[in-house]
Design a protein around this ligand. Structure first.
Ligand SMILES: [Zn+2]
Length: 248
């Protein structure tokens, strides 16, 4: 790291748990962020400010006026622009040393496999179950850590599925395919700062996993009721009959 980088990241380097070594690991980390919306916005901001090597930002949508209440990567000026491109502009303004790869189409299963294979950590910031399950399958196949977030109305959830570990559950162990409500999240109300809290929590977990520090949320589902501002968590175990991760 050069002098500018040592200064920029000094408040991380000052943390004993991170130090120069941890910051160097972040500097080599490649983050895959699926969704540049309410969760992906704060998550990507912190990944960029923290100095990861690369952020691949995947979103097939364009910025819409209704997004701006919570999707803080985007601006009034960029309404109509592809979200991944708008996000790239916002992240470059924070830290232009981070390579941002915008993908402006919704990733299909094959593309998802490809993208996951080269990621250090995967962040699921999407808003529908089809994407969540496809991404989980790719993370199981490539044994990549998956940081999953969801926010709807005043309720948020975060979970980590560290699929590098043989005993860790996958997303489908917790939410079996075909079990959930469908594409509703996109048209429901959501409290703006809830997406910030959950997306930022995802960034914290992703950075910890990439730096190799602390204890991750692996095997726990953390839930927030933002109306009462109460957090609680439940243990999540691997389902031996899970159709996705059995025999991995
Ligand atoms: Zn599973």
């Amino acid at each position: 790291m050069n002098d500018q980088e040592l200064l920029r990241y000094s408040r991380h380097i000052l943390l004993n748990e991170i130090g120069v070594e941890g910051q160097q690991r972040l500097r080599e980390a490649s983050m895959l962020v699926i969704g540049a919306g309410g969760l992906g916005s704060p998550a990507a901001f912190y990944l960029a400010s923290a100095g990861v090597a690369r952020i691949t930002l995947v979103d097939g949508d364009r910025v819409d006026l209704t997004n701006l209440q919570r999707q803080i990567l985007h601006t009034t000026e960029r309404i109509g622009a592809p979200k991944a491109v708008s996000g790239q502009a916002a992240l470059a303004a924070i830290n232009d040393a981070v390579q941002v790869v915008p993908i402006t189409v919704r990733a299909d299963e094959g593309a998802m496999m490809q993208l996951v294979s080269s990621a250090t950590v995967v962040l699921d910031c999407s808003d529908n179950f089809a994407t969540r399950h496809a991404l989980n399958r790719a993370c199981v196949a490539h044994r990549k850590p998956l940081v999953s977030g969801a926010a709807i109305r005043f309720d948020g959830q975060v979970a980590v599925f560290d699929l590098r570990q043989a005993e860790s559950p996958c997303y489908a162990c917790l939410f079996p395919p075909g079990d959930g409500e469908d594409e509703l999240c996109a048209v429901m109300g959501v409290f703006a700062p809830l997406t910030g809290i959950i997306g930022t929590t995802q960034a914290a977990e992703a950075l910890k996993l990439a730096a190799g520090i602390g204890e991750s949320l692996d095997g726990r589902l953390l839930m927030l009721d933002a109306l009462a501002m109460r957090w609680h968590s439940v243990r999540v175990r691997r389902d031996p009959a899970c159709p996705v991760c059995e025999g991995r």
